[in-house]
Design a protein around this ligand. Structure first.
Ligand SMILES: [Zn+2]
Length: 117
């Protein structure tokens, strides 16, 4: 999985393996949450947690959305550069098309994000 993404965070391009995790789009607690590349994203630890908790969402066109109340918040560089500036950016996709995240899975997860915004 991390290999498909050339070992970098799909949101911020961070390339330090020790800070990267393989994230599920649909969590493995759900029936469709399969441990396959198409249900996965390579994310750094902060973006993994933000994605799981719907602080960041990714729509089916691979565009990142930041939770509305976070966009209105002012804080230090992690919030400003690490999170808020990702709003409306496109994720970095694996070079091989067959490894791209499944749009249907992203859409499913993005609806959960929208419900919480
Ligand atoms: Zn990241």
């Amino acid at each position: 999985m991390l290999h498909a993404y050339q070992e970098k965070c799909t949101m911020c391009n961070l390339k330090h393996r020790q800070l990267l995790e393989a994230a599920h789009i649909i969590p493995d607690s759900e029936e469709r949450g399969l441990p396959i590349v198409k249900n996965g994203l390579s994310l750094c630890k902060i973006h993994h947690a933000a994605f799981d908790h719907n602080i960041l969402g990714i729509d089916a066109d691979y565009i990142i959305h930041v939770k509305r109340e976070i966009l209105e918040e002012s804080d230090g560089p992690m919030l400003q550069h690490g999170i808020k500036e990702l709003n409306k950016q496109k994720i970095i996709l694996p070079s091989n098309r067959k490894d791209h995240p499944e749009k249907e899975y992203l859409d499913h997860k993005f609806h959960e994000f929208l419900r919480q915004n």
